[in-house]
Design a protein around this ligand. Sequence first.
Ligand code: 0RA
Length: 684
Amino acid sequence: MADNKKKESYDASKIQVLEGLEAVRKRPGMYIGGTGLEGLHHLVWEVLDNAIDEAMAGYCDNIEVVIHQDGSMSIDDNGRGIPIDKQKQTGKSALETVLTVLHAGGKFGGGEYKVSGGLHGVGVSVVNALSTYLKAEVSRDGILYAQEYKNGGKPVSAVKKVGTSTHNGTKITFMPDPEVFETVEFNFKKILDRIRQRAYLNKGVKIRLTDEATAKTYSFYFEGGIKSYVAHMNRSKEIVNERIFYVEKQSGSTIVEVAVQYTDDYSENVQTFANNINTGDGGTHLTGFRTSITRCINEYARKNGIIKDVKDNLTGDDVREGLSAVLSVKLPDPQFEGQTKAKLGNPEVQNQVGSVMSEYFAYFLEENPNEAKKIIGKCLLSSRARIAARAARDTVIRKGVLEGMTLPGKLADCTSKDPSQSEIYIVEGDSAGGSAKQGRDRMFQAILPLRGKILNVERARLDRMLSSEEIKILIIAMGAGIGETKDIAKIRYHRIVIMTDADVDGAHIRTLLLTFYYRYFPEIIDAGYLYIAQPPLYKIEKGKQVFYAYTDDDKEKIIEDLWKSYKEKGKEVVVEEVSTEETEEATVSETIEAAAEIAPTIEDEVGESLPPGVKAQRYKGLGEMNPSQLWETTMDPAHRVFLQVTVDDAEKANEVFSILMGDVVEPRKKFIQTHAKNVKNLDI
Ligand code: 0RA
């Protein structure tokens, strides 16, 4: 596309003509990734990012997004407005060309910092192709133009002058096609999250989202840009340097923007972006950033006599611990690499980011000696701890505690050696463990009873963690190693089931286990191997009939049905099977929220009036179930209800973990107060 590279003022002749829209309707997945919820929202991102492009080019500072009551969406910006002059190649207006011809964005190359890459940047014509209705309203030079489209991008008429306007801009209103999408219902939260992030990444741009149905409006505008983003990321953390390092500078044709703040975390949280696209797999910008921050810190420390010998230099790992940063680059022609196109490839960017960082982060350290001292103190602490941890781990590994593969005595293993068939139940307490061992199908179900509360690993390092007997046993039982010797391919079970009591202690143990997996075995969660068992809360008996209720609603329904049948005397009781679904999905964060909400309300009695002859019992713990009941209600694949643990929103989950498990007390209190309205006595 050599002729796309010309840099000239935009007019109709620059609009590129490549393909028609039928292709899009035939294979929507090729253009928007799929026709599910993600695909639907791609339409929103496409129009939104076009508006953001205008902002990046310096022409737009206000964007209004509205989810209309009728199911349509509109995105209104005060950019330049799509050109309306006639386009030579098509003989149509530029506006119509942009909306009906694939890739006819007109903003290719040309030195602009356009959002593009992956599935983005396919062009607004794709939105038109996949909508039953679309209306474009363009304000340019005091005139308001409009054109409408129907049935997948067919113009109803030519562009018309419909009025006057006081500013330039584009408003696109579209109604996604229900014949294309599995769902056409926009997700407010999803859009809100995207808008918030875009607002952080494009300082000075105001973006507003309104949901007409609920009359909710959120407005985002960050003067500080990614500096505010870092502050937001760290809002529930213990801060090392109060003053956030921030720089925005152009190097070559790349705009480099970085914000850095250290927290007392053990992990690193660096979010990287290229042209607003989250580069989750890093790339050249991240490499440049890491190299130069390590060099800056070492140089400053040496110059100020904090580090005397080269051999005492801080390593990249030392500098990364507790490092919280946002790195955003904007460049004219980003190259995205890797399977998911989430890695920036442009080689020149490494030195561009490196040179901006080296210069300005060095200034920052010079100008803020107290902050510099704190940052280096944190890095030195990490360094010392790492040396100690390595020594401790080496001894542990040398001793063969983990490698010896001698399975712990507490583990009642299954017969099957096929991981895809095997499950392990991590059970709270020895008595429940006993019931589970007797009730299980030993062919494919292994039982590991854990005693008491496992260590809170959020604050513990690997060495200390490995000194916890319960954790060690768990790691050995899973068979996938830990730390540098970790190999998920060696895992012995493809279903790891956390089975705890439905009370506060159970919730606490579950949260601790989830933290452990989240911190040390995220691969297990990603692979979908982690589950939470759902034992019933109530047992209701009438004569020989036994019903199990897994929720309070279940219980009420069962009792209601029993009353009904009692009143209709003589009739046999028929109550629908309670559990139908095999698995339900829950994110780690939701699961933890749920854990915080579980509390014993009625311990001993069920609190309902029961028909004569009916007995109801609340299970206080798994231990109260005999082996066959435990099998029937919780472990039998034919009846059980598992919650599969997934991290679909790692950042959010990370935050919830920090809030619930970290050192700072205030946000935890607030979290529990807002999320646990029904909790009567919570002892976290
Ligand atoms: C083509 C060329 C120009 C702007 C746009 C398209 C444009 C598209 C969208 C979609 C939503 N909002 C938008 N704003 C602008 C350049 C216009 C010029 O040079 O005047």
